[in-house]
Design a protein around this ligand. Structure first.
Ligand code: SF4
Length: 303
């Protein structure tokens, strides 16, 4: 899979001050597993290194980008470059993007926008990030600051793999949407019952557009411990006839420990995978929640 990434996060010295913002998780964990596509809008648009810093001014919905001291307005130049660059990225088939937080160009959210009085509000989006999200509305995108949080990181990685499967789905194949939904049913339920229900209704109606809209909403939802616990218990329920009382009790205890926050999700999940190996169930075996590919599982629960 290919992931776009703000180039300074790779350790390249492309920032306005000639520095970088090396992110070890991106470089040490993601780089060996994904093909990273680096983009530095300010450098590629011809502003050089080092360069005068930029900032956003005016309306947060349509900010102007100006140099901090010389007050040169580069908005039109940068917007034109962004529009062309996002089109260049289309054929690459990116599965996600990691942006540099708070940058007036690459920041995905909470970027400072200065009003006429010079007072900043953390309410803007960088010009390139805005153009990118508009062009690829379903693609999982996050910034490195948010990705430092384990729960956000786990959600982002889950989303990448869901998005990859979504993009490779053959829309001409009869029943493809229903099967896609069925295989993700438990995984979607970990994001809460409402989005899972919405997707279920769209799948039942064969409405691809509504399904994609629901998927976008689901991508934004964080898996909650309560919903994850409910899905684990539901999964254990599949084995109530075959598993002996000791097996059920030990898995049940691990689910309870997860619910209380004493062990990570991977602990009860691994025990349930053992039960599935011992007592095969074709529906459960297709559930991406329980049986993701090894690389997905490894990444999701990498310390
Ligand atoms: S934040 Fe974006 S524009 Fe700034 S140095 Fe990093 S990649 Fe380049």
């Amino acid at each position: 899979m290919k992931l776009g990434v703000s180039r300074c996060l790779l350790g390249d010295k492309v920032r306005f001050d000639g520095g970088h913002k090396l992110d070890h998780w991106v470089v040490d964990i993601l780089a060996p597993r994904f093909e990273l596509v680096p983009v530095c809008p300010e450098f590629e648009a011809g502003f050089g290194v080092p360069r005068e810093a930029f900032r956003l001014e005016g309306s947060p919905q349509a900010p102007r980008m100006v140099t901090s001291h010389s007050r040169r307005d580069v908005t039109d130049q940068m917007n034109a470059w962004c529009a062309a660059r996002v089109e260049d990225l289309v054929p690459l088939g990116l599965r996600g993007y990691i942006f540099k937080a708070k940058s007036p160009t690459s920041g995905l959210r909470n970027v400072k926008v200065y009003d006429q009085g010079g007072v900043p509000s953390n309410s803007g989006v960088g010009l390139f990030a805005a153009a990118f999200v508009k062009r690829f509305p379903l693609m999982p995108c996050e910034d490195e600051a948010q990705l430092a949080l384990p729960e956000v990181r786990s959600k982002f990685l889950e989303n990448l793999f869901i998005y990859d499967r979504w993009l490779t789905l053959d829309q001409q194949q009869p029943g493809a949407l229903a099967q896609f939904h069925a295989d993700h049913k438990l995984l979607f339920q970990t994001r809460g019952p409402a989005p899972a229900r919405e997707l279920g209704a769209a799948a039942a109606a064969g409405d691809w557009q509504a399904y994609q809209t629901g998927l976008r909403r689901l991508f934004d939802r964080q898996g909650a411990r309560g919903a994850q616990t409910a899905v684990l218990q539901k999964t254990l329920g599949f084995f109530r006839r075959q598993a002996d009382p000791y097996e059920r009790a030990s898995v049940g205890a691990s689910i309870e420990m997860f619910r209380q926050g004493h062990v990570p999700l991977v602990v009860p999940l691994t025990l349930l995978r053992h039960l599935l190996g011992k007592y095969p169930d074709p529906w459960l075996a297709r559930q991406h929640f329980l049986t993701p590919p090894a690389e997905e599982l490894q990444l999701r629960y990498h310390p």
